[in-house]
Design a protein. Sequence first.
Length: 252
Amino acid sequence: MTINRKINLCFFNILLITSWSVIANTYKVVSYDPANPPHNISTIDQQGNTKISGIFADMFLQIGEITGDTFIMVKMPAARAMLEFDLGRVDIEPGINPVWRSNSKEIGLYSIAYERVEEVIVFRAGDQFDVKTPKDLFGHKVGIVRGFIYPRFESSFAKDEINRILNKSESLLIKQLLAERIDQIFISKSSIEYMKRHLPALNDIVVGDVVSSVEVMMRVHPTKLELIPRLNKALQQMINDKSIEKIIAKYQ
């Protein structure tokens, strides 16, 4: 190899390293508090430190390995997360359908869809019935997580035909349901199945019909536009090699 070629190759390698360091960044990712397992799981270790795990933490760990970026999970209530996103103080809200944030001050940018999620209605045992149309819930108190939207039911909520009760997490909705303060709740199917497996007290609740089935994406603040191509490439790779399926299966 000639000296000139060695110099050119060295320059090319330095350019690659420099380009990568410029591209790679650190991003703040929302992790809801109270947690919504299995997507976000919050535990305290023996030293009193909070550890965030779950589907989203595992996904962003792998995305970071692919893109070279660093993703920091930041705990906050859902309502605060939406405000912080509007203000540009958090960069990514994972597992979001654009319809859910269509009325937000900052709409945001979205990655490719990586999963289809189902929301179901949940009852106390003995109180269950079929829910095929909004009319089936007229006069009932239905709990939902603040910030979540259910297009089939929004008109009935707005007209108070169904009494919508808002709370900041799925776990708190379940407590309200068991305490008979609300009649039913809308909740992620994967969340309720996970919680029923790990919490024997939830054997007294029944999973009913699907009330929503939508694709979810990563919601990215517009100031982080540069991340979108890398994020999409990583997600597509993880879809193709079944990595996302494997992460989800880990918590089933």
